[in-house]
Design a protein around this ligand. Structure first.
Ligand code: 3PG
Length: 212
């Protein structure tokens, strides 16, 4: 499964975050992203409907690689995997979450933003972590400094990534993907402007192609 995610990240190193109160919104947003060329979709566990949204995206949008984000506990990781998550993302590093994902053979990307956290991740045998919150944890210079020390680590900057800094993050060789909610703005979703989301996905992909 880790290989499968690697292959997809190679093709489109973007992870779109989807936060929805309703299943239908999550499904429509995911379809709009797919239409724009982004297939890795992280459903955020920040609403009461998150589990249902994840299950629906996993079942009804077969082109998507649906995972769970903002997973805070081992129990949530378990629920997410049961609902069809193909990867798990956490804002911080938690051994319980990592353990549950690993037992299921699912890729897990815990968040780190300091050398100490990164060293813990390294010693847990993790190879890819989320760098969070990327823009305020020092941005590109901080990530370059961390990557130069932890030479085998790969990073997914997330948190404050936008079209303005996407190319700079992607230009760092250790960056395998960037994640963010700029691809799924609440105002477009509220207006039902899913075409706007497809356009944002296309724009992001074009930045990605130029940066790589
Ligand atoms: C996350 O959960 O990874 C962050 O909320 C993403 O940050 P962003 O909203 O700035 O993209």
């Amino acid at each position: 499964m880790a290989d499968e995610i690697d292959e997809i990240l190679e093709r489109s190193p973007l992870i779109a975050l989807v936060q929805a109160d309703e299943v239908e919104t999550a499904v429509q947003t995911s379809r709009a992203l797919i239409a724009g060329g982004i297939s890795i979709i992280e459903v955020l566990f920040r609403t009461d409907a998150a589990l249902d949204c994840l299950r629906a995206v996993a079942q009804e949008v077969p082109e998507a690689v649906a995972g769970a984000g903002t997973v805070l506990s081992a129990g949530q990781a378990d629920e997410a995997l049961d609902a069809g998550a193909r990867f798990i993302v956490s804002p911080g590093l938690d051994e319980g979450v990592v353990g549950v994902a690993r037992s299921a053979g699912a890729p897990v990307f815990p968040g780190i933003c300091t050398a100490t956290e990164l060293q813990c991740a390294y010693n847990l045998g993790l190879e890819t972590v989320k760098f969070f919150p990327a823009s305020i944890a020092g941005g590109v210079p901080a990530l370059k400094a961390l990557a130069s020390v932890f030479r085998t680590m790969r990073f997914i900057p997330t948190g404050g990534v936008s079209p303005d800094n996407l190319a700079d993050f992607l230009a760092i060789p250790a960056v395998v993907a960037c994640g963010g909610s700029w691809l799924t703005p609440g105002d477009l979703i509220a207006k039902g402007n899913f075409g706007g989301i497809t356009a944002l996905a296309r724009d992001a992909l074009s930045i990605t192609e130029k940066a790589r």
